[in-house]
Design a protein around this ligand. Structure first.
Ligand code: ZN
Ligand code: FE
Length: 256
């Protein structure tokens, strides 16, 4: 089976919605449709029919298009079981270690609490695609709204364990702002400097910076490096617990 063809659909001000299409079966899934209109336009332009809707978490900018898309296409809505009270009309609910099967393309589900308590990520190994919503961003991570810093750090560790070739399809184009923050705490990181230049050029050409590849996040994304002694040293926390380092970096970003 060929991997999914994945199409990035910009929506709202800085959201990315993804279409995952299988040309053999004609199946098309959408991930986190913040609104229906741009998704319908992308589907109609290609003659694709929506069959599945995947949600990573309950926020409106990830679920706002569910109702209209489900109604028009009769698509199966799949989302986090811990958010069953917050996402209407889910047909299938999933949690840690469950498998989602989209026309034979299988995703492993990770629970990644922190941004919301029930947040999940979908890892489609056959397509090298990690749909991580607002947990992990290019050079950043989501705000910790509902969970604890310890939960969010454990979610980072979980996503860090996904194969390094994974393409990271996250919920927003926040990359340049994240890069500026990352450089503020880690200014001598040569790899980070190089990635930042590359992202600035991409944005200058009007291109999305997404997907990034997981391996590139490992040594440049500060939220992935809370257990790296060099990062702890850079923020004056040598020897501190990774949860404390993560919490400090996250709170500095909140104020940045
Ligand atoms: Zn969110
Ligand atoms: Fe969001």
């Amino acid at each position: 089976m060929a991997p999914f063809e994945i199409l990035l659909v910009p929506a709202m001000s800085d959201n990315y919605v993804y279409l995952a299409h299988d040309s053999d079966s004609g199946v098309t899934a959408v991930v986190d449709p913040s609104e229906a209109a741009p998704v319908e336009a992308a589907l109609d332009a290609r003659g694709w029919t929506l069959t599945h809707i995947l949600n990573t978490h309950h926020h409106h900018d990830h679920t706002g298009g569910n109702e209209r898309l489900a109604k028009r296409f009769g698509a199966t809505l799949i989302g986090p079981k811990s958010e069953v009270a917050r996402i209407a009309n889910m047909n299938i609910t999933v949690g840690e270690g469950d498998t989602v099967d989209v026309a034979g393309h299988k995703a492993v589900v990770y629970e990644t609490p922190g941004h919301t308590l029930g947040h999940i990520a979908f890892w489609f190994a056959d397509s090298d695609a990690l749909f991580c919503g607002d947990t992990l961003f290019a050079l950043g991570c989501g705000r910790v709204f509902e969970g604890t810093m310890e939960q969010m750090w454990n979610s980072m560790l979980k996503l860090r364990s996904v194969p390094p070739t994974a393409r990271v399809f996250c919920g927003h184009e926040y990359t340049l702002a994240n890069a500026r923050f990352a450089l503020s705490i880690d200014p001598d990181n040569v790899r980070l400097q190089a990635r930042t230049r590359e992202f600035e050029e991409m944005r200058g050409r009007g291109e999305p910076t997404i997907p990034t590849v997981l391996v590139d996040e490992l040594d440049t994304n500060p939220f992935f490096r809370a257990d790296d002694p060099a990062l702890a040293a850079a923020i004056g926390m040598t020897g501190a617990d990774p949860v404390a380092v993560f919490a400090e970096v996250r709170s500095r970003k909140d104020k940045f």
